[in-house]
Design a protein around this ligand. Structure first.
Ligand SMILES: [Zn+2]
Length: 80
């Protein structure tokens, strides 16, 4: 069984977070967020990348497709 880890950095980055597929590690850059809700949203975002990478039932997607699915998933309630 594969497990994801979530790491935090207290330094600025051009990204709010990233997912490293080779180590199943999500890295969250805390200074790039304004609220705790924002941080939780980024953690969810990166964990969705992990789930997509490690679930054979989910069709293979390229990075652009993954970003779109995550965007629609996370902002769906506002669009309704
Ligand atoms: Zn992403």
């Amino acid at each position: 069984m594969v497990h994801a880890t979530v790491d935090f950095k207290i330094e600025k980055n051009e990204n709010r977070g990233c997912y490293y597929e080779e180590t199943d590690r999500c890295l969250i850059y805390l200074p790039m967020h304004e609220t705790l809700a924002d941080v939780l949203k980024t953690i969810t975002h990166e964990l969705l990348h992990y789930i997509f990478a490690n679930n054979d039932d989910i069709p293979t997607m390229d990075e652009d497709q993954e970003e779109k699915v995550i965007f629609f998933t996370q902002w769906a309630e506002i669009g309704l």
